[in-house]
Design a protein around this ligand. Structure first.
Ligand code: BGC
Length: 768
């Protein structure tokens, strides 16, 4: 390509220059999955994403209707996030990159990292968590893993795409503090730490401006503040106005829409509405992307292009899935299943498993492990019986017969394993769920089996949270399998039999009822608006702050061993960060992994903060009796809140509690740490500053009190002293109004002098 920076274009003629036209045309895709070649820039191929490579050889679509080439279906976001294991995420990322390369894909459209605001969200199976720190930590490693193979990533959907309802029109109404603390930090972290090759703008609007046309979002924040140097691509069909989008910072329109986008760009340049330099800058970013993601020369040798190793990748998918399973309940050590026990596996999902959701992320797996086969292989076929228990679309008579058969199977064994969950059509891109219920037939099956089986284990396969009511207390064990990918069967068998000790922890809260969820009254909004009324109180931040009981809290997960904390220390570092050291011991008799979770309880603050927020975490594997000491950094940001007035991160000075939790609701130890934090020099006062601010001002306050007392009559002084509430009642009044009140009457000149006195000090800014 010619160096476009060296070319000078006369703005009025650039659009008629054929070289320029060729460049402008590059900014709209060639077709569904590839860009145009031209100006020396090669065409690149980008496909979904996130948990497998959806490379379509035939008819293309972005909603998963048409078939794609086989690739490994790794655990989707809801599964892998429960592993709380960034190192594992990285391994999966590397494997995804290898598969992408083998399938001639230059960029994978993922990770998808929107925050799970409501469990009803249609794409919660694809997203990681309700917590931005956990989301960010995993997404960083996803990007590093994929990009280590030379393949690009596209961080999506930027931003606040936490629902599917009306996703192409809705405006998410979110205050700036909530944006900064909840919906943006995972994006920020990935951009700053992993340099993704691209960011995909979301369909929805934020506070009235569509993400794809949002200059603040795509340019001021993403590029200027966070330093993003990659390409911004639209979500498929997200652009409403191509020129606005380009001017806002959106480089590439996908999929291709023929020549209409290019013509709009050229016309705007001709009209002087669009700087040619903007077009050139976007083309440069596309050029850089094509260069960054070009296959290394040795990847073109026959060996490297021979494909990927589906067997090795399936084994990784199984390991990742097993590490993602969350053991929610295990009364009387029902699990693991013991050798010699007879087991009835009940539920059609044992032979037709659910392991991913619907829509653009739908992967055509290289193979699928069936839970029934895998349990038989692990326990011995003769010990494992099977009953379907329910069947999709069964009439009443068939349903009854299936239940009777299930009861008989359950009553004749030591343990019944009931497999229930959601179908793919219940959890998909494009729409949100309307309730948290399992299918009625599945609930009926649980009740029927629990009534007769000596022991009942419920195994769930559900991309989104389901309620465990009203049957929870009637079963002995509950295994939350989320969406585990194509190795679902092997992974579940590994955990049920104890070949793998469960180590997953909930990345999202399981509430008791839908009405308990923080966004209940505001989800999914109406009339094209969704108000984020709960603010920063998303997920556990809400439940813990209002002390609302939940079925299982964020961070919860059991193990077949137990862990003890032998030592826990926290030291402040600098003025606004800390380091924690935690000594963990495996106190049981099998190997296992513990997730050390540190939460921060805030110092007193001018803003209302959640009672605790995840500050750091680490997953440690320990042999029986083994002890390890780990060090966790509690960075400045884990103590900070977004100060909306000053548009800055702010660490309040004071005493914070660093809490060690088995979950967000089960704090087992805590330590205090006092931070100097950010110190505000007294702000300059003005007539709009309140009476409280005037009296509380370190320099002006004492002078003011002296003056007022000196001018007051004895009666006024006595009245003020007698009424303890005197100042409290007027403290929120702006001084300009208060000063004119009869009896107060502070002369304007006196106020002016005091303002000057206060003006000597300015706010100190601190950059997070
Ligand atoms: C989805 C994106 C996806 C794109 C391409 C859209 O419908 O929102 O996540 O990457 O299609 O398939």
């Amino acid at each position: 390509m010619t160096d476009i920076r060296d070319e000078t274009h006369d703005p009025t003629h650039a659009a008629d220059d054929s070289a320029f036209e060729e460049l402008a045309a590059l900014l709209s895709g060639r077709d569904f999955w590839s860009t145009r070649a031209g100006g020396g820039i090669r065409s690149i191929v980008m496909v979904d994403g996130p948990h497998g490579v959806r490379r379509q050889a035939g008819t293309a679509d972005n909603l998963g209707f048409h078939q794609s080439m086989p690739s490994t279906c790794f655990p989707p976001g809801a599964g892998i996030a429960s592993s709380w294991d960034p190192a594992l995420m990285r391994e999966v990322g590397e494997a995804l990159g290898r598969e992408a390369r083998a399938l001639d894909v230059d960029m994978l459209l993922g990770p998808a990292i929107n925050i799970k605001r409501s469990p009803l969200g249609g794409r919660t199976f694809e997203y990681f968590s309700e917590d931005p720190r956990l989301t960010g930590a995993l997404a960083v490693e996803y990007v590093r893993g994929v990009q280590s193979t030379g393949v690009g990533t596209s961080l999506k959907h930027f931003a606040v795409n936490s629902q599917e309802s009306d996703r192409m029109r809705v405006s998410a109404e979110v205050d700036s503090r909530t944006l900064r603390e909840i919906y943006l930090p995972a994006f920020e972290r990935v951009v700053k730490e992993a340099a993704p090759t691209s960011v995909m703008s979301a369909y929805n609007a934020i506070n009235g401006v569509f993400s794809s046309e949002n200059h603040w979002l795509l340019t001021e924040l993403l590029r200027e503040e966070w330093g993003f140097d990659g390409l911004v691509v639209s979500d498929w069909g997200a652009i409403k106005d191509r020129v606005e989008a380009l001017a806002a910072g959106l480089d590439l329109e996908m999929p291709g829409t023929g020549d209409s986008g290019t013509e709009a760009i050229l016309q705007a340049v001709r009209d002087g509405r669009l700087e040619p330099a903007l077009v050139e800058a976007s083309v440069e970013r596309l050029q850089r992307l094509a260069e960054r993601t070009a296959p290394a020369p040795d990847a073109l040798t026959p060996d490297a292009s021979a494909g990927f190793d589906p067997v090795a990748h399936h084994a990784l998918a199984r390991r990742a899935a097993a590490a993602s399973v969350v053991l929610l309940r295990n009364e009387q050590h029902t699990l693991p299943l013991r050798p010699g026990q007879t087991v009835a596996v009940i539920g059609e999902l044992a032979v037709a498993p659910q392991y991913q959701g619907g829509g653009s992320s739908h992967v055509n797996p290289t193979q699928v492990d069936l839970p029934l086969d895998e349990l038989r292989a692990a326990l011995g076929g003769e010990r494992v019986s099977y009953a379907a228990g329910y069947s999709k679309g069964a009439d009443a008579a068939t349903a009854d017969a299936l239940l009777s058969e299930a009861r008989a199977a359950a009553a004749s064994v030591d343990v019944a394993v009931v497999m229930v969950g959601l179908y793919e059509e219940d959890q998909s891109e494009g729409f949100d769920r309307e309730h948290l219920d399992l299918p009625d037939a599945h609930v009926a099956l649980i009740e029927a089996v629990a009534g007769v089986a000596p022991r009942t284990v419920v195994v769930l396969s559900n991309g989104g949270v389901v309620t465990l009511e009203p049957w929870h207390d009637r079963v002995d064990a509950i295994v939350e399998g989320w969406a585990l990918g194509q190795a679902v069967g092997g992974a579940l068998a590994d955990v049920l039999t104890g070949a793998v000790n469960p180590s997953g922890r909930l990345a999202e809260t399981i509430p008791l009822a839908l009405a308990d969820t923080p966004a209940y009254l505001n989800f999914p909004g109406e009339q094209e608006l969704v108000r984020h009324g709960e603010g920063v109180f998303v997920g556990y931040r809400y439940y813990t702050s209002v002390d609302r009981a939940v079925r299982y809290p964020f961070g919860h997960g059991l193990s077949y061993t137990s862990f003890s904390i032998d030592d826990f220390e926290v030291d402040g570092s600098g003025t606004d960060a800390a380091v924690a050291r935690v000594t963990v011991r495996n106190a049981g008799d099998v190997a296992g992994a513990e997730v050390v979770q540190l939460y921060i309880a805030p110092a007193p603050s001018a803003v209302r903060r959640p009672v605790r927020e995840l500050g750091a975490f680490a997953k440690v594997s320990l042999e029986p009796g083994e002890t390890t000491t780990i060090s966790l950094e509690l960075e400045r940001r884990s103590f900070a809140h977004w100060d909306a007035r000053g548009s800055r991160w702010w660490v309040d000075p004071g005493s914070y509690r660093v809490e060690l939790g088995r979950s967000a609701s089960d704090i087992i130890a805590s330590r205090e740490v006092t931070l100097a934090g950010d110190v505000e020099r007294p702000a300059a006062l003005n007539l709009d500053s309140t009476v409280k601010e005037w009296f509380g001002h370190s320099v002006v306050g004492p002078v003011l009190i002296q003056t007022m007392m000196a001018n007051a009559t004895a009666g006024q002084q006595a009245a003020a002293e007698a009424n303890a509430n005197a100042l409290k009642m007027v403290e929120s009044m702006p001084m300009g109004q208060f000063a004119r009140f009869p009896g107060v009457e502070i002369p304007a000149e006196a106020l002016e002098q005091l303002i000057l006195l206060s003006g000597a000090s300015e706010r100190t800014e601190s950059v997070a």
